[in-house]
Design a protein around this ligand. Structure first.
Ligand SMILES: Nc1nc2c(ncn2[C@@H]2O[C@H](COP(=O)(O)OP(=O)(O)OP(=O)(O)O)[C@@H](O)[C@H]2O)c(=O)[nH]1
Ligand SMILES: [Mg+2]
Length: 1124
């Protein structure tokens, strides 16, 4: 029976102080969805008998089949305690790493979270990850230690052992929180110190950690998990019970006559009770006294389990009577002990009460939003709150107040878009309907649904409305709404969503301030929107959305077409949603791609982007089985892109349609969605495209047989370089240490470029700071275009100096002298991990100086063509010579750049034609031509030629000069790479595997077969589980999880997360040259060379020429391998 109708819910939504927006977070399989089931059943939405079996929030077919959650979905629950009624907006989230982006979308719109930990497995990698995410979003956690039954039934712990084990888990998780807290405090303190450097506080100088420094109002009593604080409960979701110590403190204070407050402090911890004296004392281990938690709580539970498992009818009856419970005859007679336990425990210690009471007491309401969180949400990138316009700063008050009066600005954040079958939308439901009718129909539908599920247990339910892939195929999947015969006479309302697509997109959102009303007009602010720009363009005093607004980039105006209450698999129509609530919004699919901020005031900045933990790395190319269905595929991919927060859809240069996903499971889900919902066509999917990076290294000191390259082998080495040089065409000069000198086809410019490998640390710094580099780049380009949009904030400037300092610290030595100052650009895409440095004496340009430096006299002459050089560098770094993959960790030094007079003349002529030469120096400067006499002759003859033809001197028969320069620079970079030892870099996963000791060997076997490397192996305290941390090349990871699962009969399951790029040590171009190498590898030496295999695979895929030796003398090869 459903206890609460929509009316009740919308009434509850108005009492902001009693709203709790929470999400359930945990490692995969720790029982989030099962716990959610228990909470949902307390509202009568599902029957309590099915709780834990149904996994109601897993509405997709594949979620049910695989048994893992793949998306986050919300449901609103009612909870009453005393006189207070609470509305709990609960979001269940996935625990699998592939879907960690869904966790990000959930935590953003919550104020608190329930962290679930499996009592056997304890703290796992994803537990750490979700705790971190909660922390980064400033939301408060409470802890649920779940699966306590496993300690009794599986591990067969005694209550005392279980207590130590639980204590251990709490310590681990508190240690994690401690680390997060310390780093935050330190970071904040560092920030404050830089801000208030002038008035240095003496107490900040000393080394003692004052935990409260830097956290003005945050009291750390809330910080750690501890049962006596009331922020920890112990549960067994599957058996439907759970308790916090408060429950027992209440009971025992009456029974024993000790004050409840005392019991609350001592029920957890090493205290025991002296019954005679009615006193609580510290545990003295020697005397064998049991802690209160063991004696008063665990032993009772243990003895109940014991009685039920042993089918000791008498004892069960005794316990039931003593607890004052009434067990139904059906349950009491049931042969399955689980059913009995569930029946007894769920009455004795109802889990929903334990968890929801904790949530209501310990987690904040939307009114308790901290100012710290508001400021963080509003300040993108390196901005500080104080640097925002005053109008924007004023919004903070609205956030904190969470007011519902008409003057309050409406602020909504959409964290993701999800697709539902258009037929399942409430609009398509005939109207009008009375509340009772609606309730009845829902109930009937649920019954049907539940029966169907119960009937086909183990099979996936068909009737998901929210995300169920099978919906379209099954008529009964349309859910209980539109197909009711008794209302068929009433005509359904028109459907705003396109009928043809049958997928409607609903925005998963939360109102942060003001009331969201249906039909309201509101601004949609894209992630790049800047209120500063708006305030500059639009006159002050403007407030309400208007159509006649001048166009502002990244902003649109839309109407909130429909508002929904999210009820797990169902949606309920709402007229308005008060502040502080989670809601669904329809009709935004044309305005929002994945996430956005909606606000009634344009002074609102977009919220900071969601913080995604996983990087999409697995890519596949997709094409329709029938080429004529291409348009459907394109449309389907577009929809898929909108419906998933993390997937990337792109068209590669080759024209392939590519899907980039976070991992194999995610990939599978995306493909299923594409096939069954969005494109509805047959598709063929390529093998996963594995990304590589190209780089260069220092010349090797040992050869492939690990022998030092000594004097006698020098010959061979020289021989090798010679061979490499032969790759380089005539007319390009290469000197002995790899300096390439090359001239443009029209001989007007000469470039000398050298490639040097960057130290690993530098590459890492560049990668870490790519956002900063991008904002530097944006700033420079906007200043160049004459738009002075935003003055560089001091903090950003500080960050830039810090970044520069770090680079200087690592680029030391003769080779790198002044290089940092000479950095001209980063690449590819102007923010990648490669550097272009200019050492040309004639032309200095540096990223640090900004555009002002460009105005210097020296620079004037070359400035016009500078962009071409940079573009050439960008192209070269985007695709390297080995297999056209991006470069990484290479520094290109432009040693010399000679530009003949003619080219300069041309450029200034051209400029004079178009506009006035800004410096007016182009021509004068051109008279002193830096190039040698030989060059002079050439260009003289050239200019004659061109003038004879009567063309503009910059466009000769080789095309525009700037274009030639781009191509030449690109070539120069490529050749500069080719004369150095080139290497491939492979993408690496870190992989956490939990395995029991008996399958450990098999896990290692699979790891080593796939070139994995074990970093660390640890035994989990108190269990026989091992945690193995390893790295594994992405290229070898496909099918890895499945293989591990199969080889260990499901006892170990890995979690793969992209971590870094690693150089593959072997040289893909290597051929044996020395006698030893011939002996060791044979003449072909292709069997051992992993790098070459990868390189050739990529080249083949891209349709590039692959140099492969054909086996000529098979016999000989065989003899050789025997010799080995
Ligand atoms: N013994 C025991 N098993 C449980 C308990 N709670 C959940 N399980 C089982 O643990 C498995 C995973 O439960 P789920 O609720 O799907 O876990 P989840 O955290 O939602 O998993 P993901 O959403 O995939 O991350 C299921 O087989 C449950 O039956 C419990 O309290 N005791
Ligand atoms: Mg789940």
């Amino acid at each position: 029976m459903v206890l609460n109708g929509v009316d009740k819910m919308s009434q509850l939504q108005k009492n902001t102080a009693n709203i709790r927006n929470i999400c359930v977070l945990a490692h995969v399989d720790h029982g989030k969805t099962t716990l959610a089931d228990c909470l949902i059943s307390s509202n009568g939405i599902i029957s309590s008998r099915l709780a834990g079996k149904l996994r109601y929030m897993d509405s997709r077919e594949d979620e049910q089949v695989r048994g893992i959650t793949m998306k986050s979905s919300a449901i609103s629950l009612h909870y009453a305690e005393g006189n207070e009624e609470y509305l709990i907006n609960l979001i269940d989230s996935p625990g699998h790493v592939d879907f960690s982006s869904e966790v990000s979308t959930a935590v953003r719109i919550c104020d608190g979270c329930i962290i679930v930990v499996d009592a056997v497995e304890g703290v796992c990698p994803q537990t750490q990850a979700v705790l971190r995410q909660a922390w980064l979003e400033n939301i408060r956690p409470v802890l649920v230690i779940n699966k306590i039954d496993r300690l009794i039934v599986e591990l067969k712990f005694t209550p005392q052992e279980a207590y130590s084990h639980l204590k251990n888990i709490l310590e681990q998780i508190n240690a994690l929180t401690g680390t997060l807290f310390t780093s935050k405090v330190l970071e904040e303190r560092a920030e404050r110190e830089t801000e208030s450097q002038v008035k240095t506080h003496s107490e900040q100088g000393d080394q003692v950690y004052d935990w409260s420094t830097g956290l003005e109002d945050a009291d750390d009593s809330q910080l750690y998990f501890s049962p006596e604080q009331g922020n920890v409960v112990f549960t067994s979701a599957i058996d439907g019970w759970g308790f916090g110590i408060e429950h027992f403190a209440r009971i025992y204070s009456q029974k024993i006559g000790i004050r409840k407050e005392v019991l609350l402090k001592t029920l957890w911890g090493d205290y025991y009770i002296n019954m005679k004296a009615k006193k609580i004392m510290k545990v003295d281990q020697a005397k064998g006294k049991k802690p209160l938690f063991v004696q008063l709580i665990l032993e009772n539970i243990w003895s109940l389990y014991d009685a039920v498992l042993k089918k000791d009818k008498e004892k069960i009856d005794k316990i039931v009577t003593s607890l004052g419970l009434r067990i139904g005859a059906r349950e009491a007679r049931h042969s399955d002990p689980k059913v009995q336990i569930n029946a007894i425990c769920s009455q004795w210690l109802p889990i929903s009460h334990a968890v929801l009471a904790m949530v209501c007491q310990k987690l904040p309401s939307p009114l308790d939003m901290t100012s710290e969180r508001v400021e963080k949400l509003l300040c993108t990138g390196s901005q500080t709150f104080e640097s925002l316009p005053l109008e924007t700063q004023a919004l903070k008050a609205a956030f904190m107040k969470c007011g519902s009066e008409d003057t309050a600005p409406v602020i909504i954040f959409v964290s993701k878009m999800f697709a539902v079958d258009a037929k399942a939308l409430p609009q398509n439901k005939p109207r009008p309907l009375t509340q009772e009718e609606m309730a009845q129909r829902r109930e009937r539908a649920r019954q049907r649904h539940a029966e169907k599920l119960a009937g086909a247990q183990g099979q996936a339910p068909q009737g998901s409305t929210q995300d169920g892939g099978a919906l379209l195929a099954s008529p009964q999947g349309d859910e209980p709404r539109g197909d009711e015969p008794d209302v068929a006479s009433v005509s359904p309302q028109p459907v705003p969503q396109e009928e043809s697509s049958q997928e409607a997109f609903i925005a998963f959102a939360r109102v942060f301030s003001g009331i969201a009303r249906r039909g309201q007009k509101i601004f949609v602010l894209g992630p790049k929107y800047s209120p500063v720009e708006f305030l500059q363009r639009v006159p002050l005093g403007f407030s309400a959305p208007r159509e006649d607004l001048p166009p502002v980039p990244h902003m649109a105006c839309c109407t909130l077409e429909s508002l929904y209450l999210l009820m797990g698999r169902e949606l309920e129509d709402l007229e308005e949603v008060p502040p502080g609530n989670v809601l669904g919004i329809g009709g935004l699919q044309d305005f929002i791609l994945k996430s956005a901020t909606l606000c009634s005031l344009p002074s609102c900045p977009p919220f900071i982007p969601l913080n995604f933990e996983a990087t999409p790395i697995v890519r596949v190319a997709i094409e329709p089985k029938h080429p004529s269905e291409m348009p459907q595929l394109v449309k389907g991919m577009k929809l898929l892109n909108q419906a998933d927060p993390c997937v990337q859809v792109l068209i590669q240069e080759t024209g392939e349609h590519v899907l980039v996903t976070a991992g194999e499971v995610h990939l599978q889900r995306c493909l299923d969605d594409l096939r069954e919902r969005f494109a509805k066509i047959h598709i063929s999917v390529s093998e996963p495209i594995i990304p590589f990076r190209e780089t260069i290294t220092k010349p090797p000191k040992v050869d492939m047989v690990n022998e030092e390259i000594g004097r006698q082998q020098k010959v061979a080495v020289i021989h090798q370089t010679k061979e490499e040089q032969s790759k380089i065409p005539e007319g390009i000069h290469v000197d002995s240490d790899g300096l390439i000198t090359i001239t443009t086809p029209n001989k007007l410019a000469t470039l000398s470029v050298r490639a040097i490998p960057l130290p690993e640390e530098v590459t890492q710094i560049l990668e870490e700071n790519s956002d900063l580099i991008r904002s530097m780049e944006l700033l420079t380009s906007s200043l160049n275009e004459g738009r002075n949009t935003q003055a560089l904030h001091q903090k950003t400037q500080e960050k830039i100096w810090e970044f520069k300092g770090k680079l200087e610290q690592h680029l030391t030595g003769r080779k790198w002298r002044n290089t940092v100052d000479q950095i001209w650009s980063f690449g590819p895409r102007k923010c990648g991990p490669n550097i272009l440095a200019s050492r040309s004496e004639d032309f200095q340009n540096s990223v640090w100086s900004g555009p002002a430096g460009r105005e210097s006299k020296e620079a004037g002459r070359f400035r016009d063509f500078g962009n071409s050089i940079v573009s050439g560098f960008q192209l070269a770094t985007l695709s390297g010579p080995m297999c056209e993959e991006p470069l990484m960790g290479v520094c290109f030094v432009l040693e010399k750049w000679e530009l003949s007079k003619c080219a300069e003349q041309g450029s200034s002529d051209k400029q004079n034609q178009e506009e006035c030469d800004p410096t007016g120096e182009g021509q004068e400067e051109g008279k002193t031509c830096p190039s040698g006499s030989e060059n002079q002759e050439q260009q003289d003859s050239h200019s004659e030629e061109t003038s004879a033809k009567g063309e503009s001197p910059v466009t000769d028969c080789y095309g525009p000069f700037s274009g030639q320069l781009i191509a030449t620079m690109k070539e120069a970079c490529r050749y500069a790479l080719q004369v150095k030892p080139q290497r491939l870099m492979a993408a690496m996963y870190t992989c956490d595997i939990m395995a029991t000791s008996d399958v450990l060997g098999r896990v290692y076997a699979v790891l080593s077969k796939r070139e994995g490397r074990v970093l660390q192996e640890e035994m989990k305290e108190g269990t026989d589980m091992f945690i193995i941390k390893a790295v594994l090349p992405v290229a070898e990871s496909f099918g890895f999880a499945d293989e591990i699962r199969k080889r260990t009969s499901g006892l170990a399951s890995p979690q793969l997360v992209f971590s870094h790029w690693e150089v593959i040590p072997s040289d893909p171009f290597w051929v044996p040259t020395t006698e030893e190498e011939y002996l060791h590898f044979g003449e072909k030496a292709d069997s051992e060379n992993q790098a070459r295999k990868y390189m050739n695979a990529v080249r083949k895929r891209k349709g590039l020429y692959v140099e492969e030796k054909i086996v000529e003398h098979a016999e000989k090869q065989r003899t050789l391998s025997k010799n080995k």
